[in-house]
Design a protein around this ligand. Structure first.
Ligand SMILES: *Cc1c(COP(=O)(O)O)cnc(C)c1O
Length: 368
């Protein structure tokens, strides 16, 4: 992997940890999903700064891979995508805010309308500009209830995409998926000229193949596992390395970190690494005497966290790393052996949150 871009992030000699983002893996992940769903079109969800990896790096990579349609949550994200992708189709998922209408028009962004208020506001915009209609088939979050779709389609609006969103597509055995597919199927004829879109990452792996005309993967593009009960078919995109700042040896019975929550069970060698919760490493990954927490890889050895994750620092147990191998080594928090899903699980959260909270203090290296 060669270092191809370094966007505006702290240089490596100042920053405490390095985030390496493999854009080759991102492109390969998109192509894998695109081939899976063909002849349906594969779009890309790049909300939340492309799940933390950076819109300005992700969008050109996805364009080059062949992606033509992007989804963001906010109009402001759509403006950033438009700057990278003058020709692309861009949908704004979070509905329509009247204050954002000028921004949507100026940047040729298509709102995803999800309420009668949204519809009324877009109907007032001259020129019958394209938009999507979001139908809520069970999430009870955003979107029209199915009973309102007929009324919506009687208005003067140019709906080019009819979409819904799954509640639990990562669980292939959940009957909610069938219910949502049936509810969507029952209203589909009301918008005969619109394309359809149902599927997020995990839904691309459902036995029902609910691809519609356009799929909307996010998480899987960035290396997250869309099939939590099976091996991850995607390539890791994000790698995280923290420098070892100090190594020390403590005796059995000695305690580590704030509030002395972790007790050494043996003579223990500790390494203090330069990453903490201010960098997006969840504090919930702390390791205490009553529950294990996160892990890091050092010189190929799995090293458990010792004590609380603090703001800028975390302590790990490197007793099993040969002393010679520690010299000049760094600690890998995200790597081939430790995925975003693993770290999420050990932090009482999900890999999605790990990615979207990746910190601003890292030195970012874009490779591939
Ligand atoms: C975030 C989002 C997606 C992408 O979901 P993943 O699980 O990350 O693939 C798709 N559709 C909608 C409406 C979303 O909000």
């Amino acid at each position: 992997m060669n270092d191809v871009t370094s966007l505006s992030s702290p240089p490596s000699e100042w920053a405490q940890a390095t985030l390496t983002i493999d854009l080759g893996a991102l492109a390969a992940n998109w192509q894998l999903l695109a081939a899976r769903v063909a002849p349906a079109e594969c779009g890309a969800v790049v909300k939340a700064d492309a799940y933390g990896i950076g819109i300005e790096a992700a969008v050109p990579t996805l364009l080059k891979a062949g992606c033509k349609t992007f989804f963001v949550a906010h109009a402001s994200e759509g403006v950033r995508v438009r700057a990278c992708a003058p020709q692309a189709t861009i949908y704004v998922l979070n509905g329509l805010r009247e204050e954002a209408i000028t921004t949507l028009i100026d940047n040729n962004l298509r709102p995803v309308l999800g309420s009668m208020e949204n519809l009324a506001a877009w109907q007032n915009v001259p020129g019958m500009r394209a938009c999507a209609l979001h139908v809520d088939t069970g999430m009870n979050r955003l979107g029209l209830v199915p009973q309102d779709v007929a009324t919506a389609m009687s208005k003067d609006i140019a709906v080019d995409l009819l979409m819904t969103h799954f509640v639990s597509s990562e669980d292939g055995g959940d009957s909610t998926n069938d219910i949502q597919i049936a509810r969507f199927g029952a209203i589909r004829h009301l918008a005969p000229h619109a394309r359809t879109s149902l599927a997020n990452s995990s839904a691309l792996f459902l036995p029902q193949k609910p691809y519609g005309d356009l799929v909307r993967p996010g998480y899987a593009l960035y290396g997250g596992n869309p099939t939590p009960d099976a091996a991850n078919p995607m390539r890791a995109v994000v790698h995280l390395d923290a420098p070892i700042l100090q190594v020390r040896t403590i005796e059995g019975g000695d305690k580590v970190g704030y509030n002395a929550q972790w007790t050494a069970k043996r003579r223990t060698r500790l390494a203090t690494i330069g990453i903490g919760y201010a960098d997006g490493l969840p504090r919930a990954a702390m390791s205490t005497d009553i529950r294990p927490g996160g892990e890091a890889m050092v010189a190929g050895v799995r090293c458990p966290f010792a004590g609380r994750v603090s703001m800028d620092l975390t302590v790990i147990d490197v007793t099993d790393v040969p002393e010679a191998a520690l010299k000049g080594a760094s600690a890998q928090l995200l790597c081939a052996e430790i995925t975003v899903d693993d770290l999420g699980l050990r932090s009482a959260t999900i890999g999605y949150e790990i990615l979207t909270r990746l910190g601003a203090r890292y030195h970012r290296r874009y490779v591939g």
